[in-house]
Ligand binder design. Structure first.
Ligand SMILES: NC(=O)n1nc(-c2ccco2)nc1N
Length: 323
């Protein structure tokens, strides 16, 4: 390997690390101007040496030529929607149903998560490389939006480490943080472009761009919240621990995810997140409680399209709240 090749590999590794620090650890260590300088050097070296271009290079997050349509993608496992509860009484009924189906009143451990108000996506990694991304669609079939998703800096094109399964489907939410949403709409108003009604619509509109170079300019983020297809060793026995393993491979997980005990723990989590809702850097429309032990999830199964082992607890819509 000559000096230029070594420099290209070092720049890729350094920029991947900066992306992970910014989007996974939420702890950036370099100013944007330094990140941009290194990216410009990498792009210049790769343009001078196309024979060394690698689709997983961080320089490839700028998007490419437009496509005419999105291909259909059939999900290996259905992407489920969540059942809802709207009150503590309904939460109590949810817990009662769990105890009844499990035939035990033993306290249940839940993985509690903020319910991000974005767009659910499925990411397929083969041998640690991102090979496909798709929307949830109707739960069985979604749209292939791989080129658009590859431009999202929070989503790694290559997983860290090497103890990931040969094929791993990661599921999560693409969303637009509030600050980025305001900045983007401000710029759109200034030049007469389309203004989006809310961050969810802005994220959906950005992901459905046929020209991934447009998507690349949108301030999108991502948090994973589960897995679908896993080929190889099981990832773990408890949902919370699996999320921590995903984080170790460079996939962002919300720092608000917590393991709580029983219904009381869920209510405490709900009230804490509701209390801090307006200070979170992204919009949420509730919280999600998931039975943490996968063995219990399997015993509980699903009703129609929603898992018996999980429910969302929705907040009142913001405009309904008296300010
Ligand atoms: N939207 C959101 O934040 N979700 N959605 C799920 C989900 C949907 C189906 C199973 O889990 N989990 C979280 N945190």
């Amino acid at each position: 390997m000559n000096d230029t090749q070594a420099r290209i590999l070092a720049l890729r590794e350094q920029l991947d690390t900066y992306n992970e620090q910014y989007y996974v650890a939420d702890a950036p260590t370099v100013p944007d101007v330094e990140y941009d300088r290194l990216m410009r050097e990498l792009i210049a070296l790769e343009q001078a040496h196309p024979e060394w271009l690698d689709s997983s290079s961080p320089s490839q997050k700028v998007g490419g030529a437009p496509v005419s349509a999105f291909p259909e993608v059939r999900h290996a496992l259905p992407m489920l929607s969540l059942d809802n509860v709207f009150s503590d009484d309904e939460l109590a009924a949810f817990e009662k149903r769990l105890h009844s189906r499990l035939g035990s009143d033993a306290p249940i451990e839940f993985c509690c998560e903020p319910k991000l108000d974005g767009l659910a996506v499925s990411l397929l990694y083969e041998r640690g490389r991102l090979v496909q991304a798709a929307t949830r669609g109707d739960g069985s079939t979604g749209e292939g939006i791989t080129e658009n998703v590859r431009t999202i800096k929070a989503i790694p094109l290559r997983l860290r480490g090497d103890d990931w399964p040969a094929r791993l489907e990661v599921r999560g939410e693409v969303f637009m943080p509030s600050a980025g949403f305001e900045r983007m709409n401000e710029a759109a108003r200034a030049c007469g472009d389309k203004v989006f009604a809310n961050p969810r619509n802005a994220a959906a509109g950005s992901l459905r761009q046929l020209d991934s170079r447009v998507t690349a300019k949108r301030p999108l983020a991502f948090y994973c919240y589960g897995v679908g297809l896993v080929e190889g060793e099981p990832l773990g026995e408890r949902h919370f621990d699996i999320l921590q393993r995903l984080k170790g491979w460079g996939l962002p997980v919300s720092p608000e995810v917590k393991r709580m005990q029983g219904r009381a723990g869920c209510e405490q989590y709900h009230d804490d997140i509701l209390h801090r809702r307006d200070r979170l850097p992204y919009e949420i429309d509730g919280v999600v409680y998931k039975v943490d032990e996968l063995a219990l999830q399997e015993r509980l199964g699903f009703v129609a399209r929603a898992p018996r082992w999980a429910t969302a607890h929705k907040f009142p819509a913001q405009e309904e709240l008296t300010r």
